[in-house]
Write a protein that binds this ligand. Sequence first.
Ligand code: GAR
Length: 221
Amino acid sequence: MRLAVLASGRGSNLLAILDAITRGELDAQVVGVFSDKADAPALAHARDAGVEARPLSPRGFASRSEFDEHLFSLVDAVQPDLIVCAGYMRLISDAAVAARIGRMINIHPSLLPEFKGLRTHQQALDAGVRMHGASVHYVTPELDGGPVIAQARVAIEADDDVARLAERVLQREHPLLVATLREISTGRITWESGGVHYGRRPLHAPLQLDDCNRLIQDFPA
Ligand code: GAR
């Protein structure tokens, strides 16, 4: 499975993918890393791994759609089977998304549909929920609104602040993303008829990451 990764910053999820490939835990190849930030550490991680790293600044483009047309022409050139948004923090224009439905996923730091957008950990703390986490979903034009494939749940502790919570969620994001990619690479997770299928059947509730970092159905409530 050829992966193109979009990342705006730190790139720890990209590193998790690269490490899983190196360890033989994910049968995939990262064929390009693309960033809207020239100094994104994710680009350095890509170069260190011998992967094509392409910064593209939105400055100089008249509109979001012009930028996206150019960006995705670079992405298309590496012929990915799947595009992975791993900490990519720019909105993507509807046309660019619509042309790639079912071929682009995103990892988001909340249990979607709760807490879309930014500052998700603060949103969770403000809401007083006891369970938080991360989701991997197919990208559709609705921001953070595409069908959810899989989630990792993280309990909120009484003395949590944003930094502590964000760190614990991030530690679960990495195995969540790798496990989801593995299931896509083996063909167990597919996009069919406008929705997520698991083992060729429509998936009615997100898969859940268990303590052994496997994706399971029917997680106990
Ligand atoms: C991750 O927590 C990811 O879920 C989040 O950005 C962080 C990127 O970390 N993504 C979003 O908020 C997307 N809306 P990383 O650069 O270390 O992978």
